[in-house]
Ligand binder design. Structure first.
Ligand code: MCN
Length: 781
């Protein structure tokens, strides 16, 4: 196989994962290794009166116990340089005050994880309760949790056009409030790392999406030279954004290894993961939309409130969703008049961070529910209103009112293909026939466009100055002519051990079997890079791999030119052999060149993607709803997507399946629920319901594969897109089945039954972001 791009190459990472030979953090056993366990706050907001560590310190097997008073480390301070944002520091262990249930107060190090856990239970904390803020709308006006004038940590207005004039000439106006619950990314493997002293420095093995960024943070925290901190990403049992951050626990576990001069393992349990790893998508969006009599969007006005919890995450800060959701509320539609007011508000809940899709599933839920609502208002077909508003392929590149430059594609084609595949045209007949048999079925559409593959310009433009934005690849060839590739984008389950190998093999004219993608490791070469998040590996990593492979290829050709006494331009590199074009017998094997002096072919390249690329899709979903039990059955699920040139269609489909599973979870089941004292009521998987294979539909996927003109390989990102549409497509289908309106998630059986019983009314809690006094109606749940 000489050009494996676009091939359905089976994932090389699967065999070790399926045969148990993969190496996760918990598989690491080092001599003399100790185990860390955190003592966490049982209260959401309290003054720390005293912390008695003595019983824990004298417990069996305990090596040391530390509280904030024993540390001389700075807080984690997300470097956010955005004039509209205030970024509060986050202490590694709470000092004076705790701000959420699960916040670490002390850390115990013991000879076994069980002894550490037992000893942590002996810690006696006297906490004086303070008023608890769980409602962002109330928190906005309440006493500040940080050294800032209010709990509003980000306050921004953006927009363009004449919104008021557009509303005045509208034929239809809809105004609704949309609620997105709090979610957890719930990776199968929770957070964890192993750290060990290493001469004057430190060695870390981490389940992380950002090994290079973690290394630079640890070097800064411990005042070590960057080259003295080596971080290796081990096999990652899912990250989904949650591991795109560095947490206080990571820093402390590494510090313990340095301080005690022994290896330390820290692994959290599921309950800690649900309590204290980052959450996401807790938002209230009030939206007004205006359309003319033909259903063409005239104006949109949005008020977005993001509940970011007690702190920002490192290094992204607390502005991830607050920048993402309002920027993408216009969706794939033509819109000239837009105004959005966005606030990030801190509360006594766990900090919010990245979760696959970051703010965009909320934007898609809002714009796709709004399309259906406008269609109903105007008596238009729901597909037709989308047809009239979708940006046409001839209009691309199209710069939106929020300064997104949608690059390429055909949004209308994705819609039509998805409608055809789902049988949209004949669905009304099916629905009527089903009704006659007492069955309630419905169909829902969700179209979206998203940003992927962002480079340094975008992150720094947002004020996220702690994110490099570029990526890097290093390549070496051994004496047998086999190539090893390292990148700054670790494999987290998304298949880059396969797709980077495909890219390198294609660029080097080599067989896939001769290319190995190694785990990301800061020891692979000097310099850093960004990491795996925001669906950037295909584009940014792809650019770095192509550049490094190009460099190696150039050196191989130059060496072959010397040997063959031919001009470089006359040579070709195919199937691991350089030969003179037209005289295939005059050639030399790459392995032979490498055997002579393999070091001279090493390459190293940096890539910074200049333009953001925008994949898009339409999902169409058919459901059956049981109005007595509230059960929703997904009958059919069709996706037509365009992530540009497909590197590996099988991996792209796997990415879509996984992301859709998470989107279905978000639509039907998942919700982190706090009580009014800030206690998390869903701190186990008995209560926080993730979808299982039983709930998932068979997904039919079609690809448009229109290459992006703005990425080096024509690809756009695909890892997150599948999460964006399911909440909207499923809710639209359920509303269609029942003839009701629902504008909140998840669609629990209680909510569906309540909506069905209310008949054709709005079931959503009618509460505006500005109305702090209004209370949601009793859910009866
Ligand atoms: N790909 C391709 N052709 C394209 C685009 C992508 O073959 N046109 C391939 C890529 O080469 C890569 C995969 O699809 O193998 C995803 O690529 P990309 O969209 O660039 O996203 P990233 O590799 O940067 O992955 C991150 C993304 C995000 S942000 C989250 S969160 C996420 C995800 O993808 N977390 C995951 N997918 C995940 N999948 C698994 N199994 N586990 C996670 O934690």
């Amino acid at each position: 196989m000489t050009h494996p791009i676009g091939e359905r190459v089976p994932r090389v990472e699967d065999r070790p994962l399926l045969t148990g030979s993969a190496g996760f953090v918990d598989d690491l056993e080092l001599d003399g290794m100790m185990h860390a366990r955190f003592f966490r706050s049982p209260l959401a907001h309290a003054r720390i009166e005293s912390l008695d560590l003595e019983a824990a310190r004298s417990a069996a097997g305990v090596v040391a116990v530390y509280s904030a008073a024993d540390l001389s480390l700075p807080p984690l301070h997300p470097p956010v340089e955005n004039p509209e944002a205030f970024s509060p520091p986050r202490p590694l262990l709470a000092e004076r005050v705790v701000r959420f249930v699960g916040e670490p107060l002390a850390v115990v190090v013991a000879e076994s994880p069980y002894l550490a856990e037992d000893a942590a239970e002996l810690i006696d904390a006297r906490l004086e309760p303070l008023p608890v803020l769980v409602d962002p709308l109330e928190a906005a006006g309440a006493a500040p949790l940080h050294q800032h004038e209010s709990n509003v940590l980000f306050d921004s207005v953006l927009g363009a056009g004449d919104v008021d004039a557009a509303f005045e000439r509208a034929a239809a106006v809809v105004e609704r409030t949309f609620h997105s619950p709090r979610y957890s990314a719930t990776p199968m493997e929770a957070r964890g790392l192993v750290a060990a002293p290493d001469g004057a420095g430190l060695r870390v093995w981490s389940s992380t999406q950002i090994p290079h960024r973690l290394a630079s943070l640890l070097a800064e925290m411990f005042q070590l030279a960057l080259e003295d901190v080596r971080v290796e990403a081990v096999d990652v049992g899912g990250g989904f954004g949650q591991k795109a951050h560095a947490y206080p626990e990571d820093v402390l576990a590494a510090w313990l290894a340095l301080e005690l001069r022994r290896p330390v393992k820290w692994l959290e349990d599921r309950s800690e993961n649900l309590l204290a790893a980052s959450h996401a998508r807790d938002q209230v969006v009030r939206l007004r939309a205006a359309a003319d009599a033909d259903g063409r969007l005239l104006a949109v006005e949005a008020d977005v409130v993001c509940d970011v919890g007690a702190y920002g995450v490192y290094p992204h800060g607390h502005i991830l969703e607050a920048l993402g959701t309002p920027a993408m509320i216009p969706g794939p539609y033509r819109l000239e008049n837009y105004r959005a007011h966005t606030r990030s508000v801190c509360t006594n809940k766990a900090p919010e961070g990245a979760y696959r899709g970051v703010g965009l599933p909320v934007a898609a839920f809002v714009h796709e529910r709004t399309m259906d609502l406008l269609a109903a208002e105007l008596g238009l077909d729901r597909a037709e209103i989308r047809r009239r508003n979708l940006i046409a392929s001839a209009e691309l590149p199209y710069t939106t009112v929020t300064h997104q430059r949608y690059d390429s594609g055909d949004y209308g084609l994705a819609l039509e293909r998805a409608l055809d595949a789902a049988g949209y045209a004949g669905f009304e007949d099916e629905r009527r026939a089903a009704r006659q048999r007492g069955r309630l079925i419905g169909i829902g559409i969700a179209s979206y466009v998203e940003y992927t593959g962002m480079g340094s310009k975008v992150f720094h433009g947002r004020g996220m100055v702690g994110i490099a934005g570029h990526d890097r690849a290093w390549m070496r060839i051994d004496e047998r002519g086999r190539v090893t590739v390292w990148t700054t984008l670790p494999a987290i389950g998304q298949g880059v051990a396969t797709t980077f190998a495909q890219m390198a093999a294609a660029a080097l004219g080599m067989s896939l079997a001769d290319v190995v993608v190694a785990r990301s490791d800061t020891a692979a070469g000097a310099g850093g890079g960004t990491g795996t998040f925001a669906s950037r590996s295909a584009v940014s990593g792809g650019g770095a791999v192509a550049a490094a492979a190009g460099e190696m290829r150039g050196r191989l050709l130059a060496a072959a030119a010397d040997k063959l006494e031919a001009a470089v331009e006359d040579l070709e590199l195919v199937d691991g052999r350089v030969s003179v074009r037209g005289s295939p017998r005059r050639g030399v094997a790459v392995a032979e060149l490498a055997a002579e002096d393999h070091g001279r072919f090493d390459s190293d390249a940096i890539f910074d993607q200049p333009l953001t690329v925008y994949p898009y899709a339409t999902h169409v979903c058919a459901v059956e709803v049981d109005s007595e039990t509230g059960h929703i059955e997904l009958l059919r699920y069709v996706v037509v997507e365009d992530c540009g040139t497909l590197i590996n269609p099988q991996i792209v489909e796997g990415q879509a399946h996984g992301a859709i599973a998470q989107g279905v979870g978000g639509a039907l089941h998942e919700s982190l629920v706090y009580d009014d004292q800030g206690q998390l009521l869903t701190a186990s998987l008995m209560d926080y319901l993730v979808p299982t294979a039983m709930e998932l539909p068979t997904v039919e996927i079609d690809h448009l594969a229109i290459p992006s003109p703005d990425s080096a390989n024509g690809a756009k990102g695909v890892g997150e897109g599948g999460t964006l549409a399911p909440p909207a497509a499923i809710t639209n289908a359920v509303c269609h089945a029942l003839g009701v309106e629902i504008n909140e998630l998840p669609l629990t059986p209680e909510l569906v039954r309540r909506a069905a019983n209310m008949g054709n009314t709005r079931s959503t809690v009618a509460r505006s972001p500005d109305d702090a006094a209004a209370r949601p109606p009793d859910t009866g749940a």
